[in-house]
Design a binder for this molecule. Sequence first.
Ligand SMILES: [Zn+2]
Length: 104
Amino acid sequence: MSKKKQLLRPKHVPQRTCFVCREKRDNRLLMRLVRTPEGTVVVDPTVKQHGRGAYLCDQPACWDKVLANGRLLNQALKTTVSEADLAAIAAQRPAVSKQAEPHE
Ligand SMILES: [Zn+2]
């Protein structure tokens, strides 16, 4: 007897909550921002970096809010993000959302 049946079930996609719009989304539609042990804040595409993390969805509007107001990020990560870090994060801002559904 094998337990292969279990593998046929739909794969569970972990959900994460965007710290700006508070909407739950599939893991892969969010970017992880992490406060590194060195105190910098970086985008973590591998989602494996150590440190306190916060998830930001791929809606440009959410990124704009964060980039316009670093305090959002400071609160989420309990840190003070530097201008340089914010500029580096800005460079990763998605131009369009991968999601097809309109957002209201
Ligand atoms: Zn969002």
